[in-house]
Design a protein around this ligand. Structure first.
Ligand code: TXA
Ligand code: MG
Length: 320
């Protein structure tokens, strides 16, 4: 359904406990009424998501935060004020109205106001906070187009709102600003530099805590089906034999790859982030045996790109 004309119907589905996939400025989300434990349970089922991986609650307006959770720490309020609507997720105390399944039993809750008019209109029309992880099966590539959602989740979703390709292309930055110094739990579409400019020094701890605080930070995640390897330094010449794909940051590699995607001919990390998952979806569908991916410059959103590539390259080893 088109993202604009489908809103009333999609909002009704949400209120009835159904699942609606919708565009945000980062990636497509798989939404359910966050006040309804059964609806939230359906998200975990549809995504085959482990129950230990908490969901992000989405609100229509910044002012809805304190209506839902009560007063928050000044640092949290300041970040919300500065960056919402936008690709920043904040950690707050879980209010009693939000059932524990949404937060995987944590007494904290991740929350954000997306910067996408149709998403905010949907949440407003539904009249409830909307729990939404990325609309992909657990561990797989994130969806940046409605087609990706349909391909990955299919009949598990009642409605997919199609708002075209998402603007940022990479998930929100997750920040816990409740303590003395803000901690970045997941690198994302809000660049670290912008965050530091607003709040001063932050620490970056994606996944290092060893506890499932932000499983988007699990070592293996965001993975294509095709094995992926990250290459640094100069572009490698294509090896003989096999069909390989190449994900280039800026320059096309030498001939010899069966499929090539260039993220940003202009060398712009923001543009590259917007194209990252779409390019990986295409390479994954190109029938290659391996994808070589060139690292992005480690600045701005480039850091989040490299974070996603590293996790896409890691193999899933629950024992490791
Ligand atoms: O950009 C985004 O954030 C997208 C769009 C749809 O808003 N959503 C998204 O959701 O990326 P998901 O489920 O794919 O990733 C949510 C991340 C997970 O890594 C989860 O562990 C973390 O947020 N998270 C959720 N609640 C948390 C909490 N209370 N404390 C720490 N991390 C939390
Ligand atoms: Mg995800």
């Amino acid at each position: 359904m088109p993202a604009d004309s489908g809103i009333a119907e999609a909002a009704a589905v949400l209120r009835d406990g159904g699942l609606v996939a919708f565009p945000t400025e980062t990636v497509y989300g798989l939404g359910a009424n966050a006040l309804d434990a059964r609806a939230a349970a359906r998200i975990f089922e549809a995504k085959a998501r482990p129950s230990f991986d908490p969901l992000i609650t989405h609100l229509a307006d910044t002012a809805d935060l304190e209506k839902l959770v009560g007063p928050v720490r000044p640092a949290v309020a300041a970040l919300a004020e500065r960056f919402w609507p936008g690709p920043l997720t904040l950690i707050v105390d879980r209010p009693a109205e939000i059932p524990p399944i949404v937060t995987s039993g944590l007494d904290t809750m991740a929350v954000r106001v997306p910067d996408e008019p149709s998403a905010r209109a949907l949440i407003r029309a539904a009249g409830v906070p909307v729990a939404a992880p990325s609309a992909n099966r657990f561990g797989q590539l994130s969806p940046t187009r409605a087609e990706h959602v349909v391909k990955g989740l299919g009949a598990a979703v009642e409605v997919v709102l199609d708002g075209g390709p998402t603007r940022c292309g990479i998930e929100s930055t997750i920040v816990d600003a409740r303590g003395a110094q803000p901690v970045v739990l997941r690198l994302g579409a809000l660049a670290l530099e912008e965050l530091v400019e607003a709040v001063g020094p932050v620490s970056v701890r994606p996944g290092s805590s060893g506890q499932p605080v932000a499983p988007g930070t699990l070592a293996a995640h965001y993975a294509p089906r095709t094995p992926l390897r990250v290459v640094g330094g100069t572009q490698p010449a294509p090896a003989a034999g096999g069909r390989r794909g190449f994900l280039a940051f800026r320059e096309r590699p030498a001939d010899g790859y069966a499929a090539v995607e260039v993220l940003s001919p202009a060398g712009d990390v923001t543009e590259a982030a917007a194209r990252l998952f779409d390019a990986l979806h295409r390479l994954d569908a190109a029938g290659v045996t391996e994808i070589l991916a060139e690292a992005a410059p480690d600045t701005g959103v480039g850091r989040a790109i490299n974070d996603r590539l590293r996790r896409a390259a890691a193999t899933w080893d629950p024992a490791g």
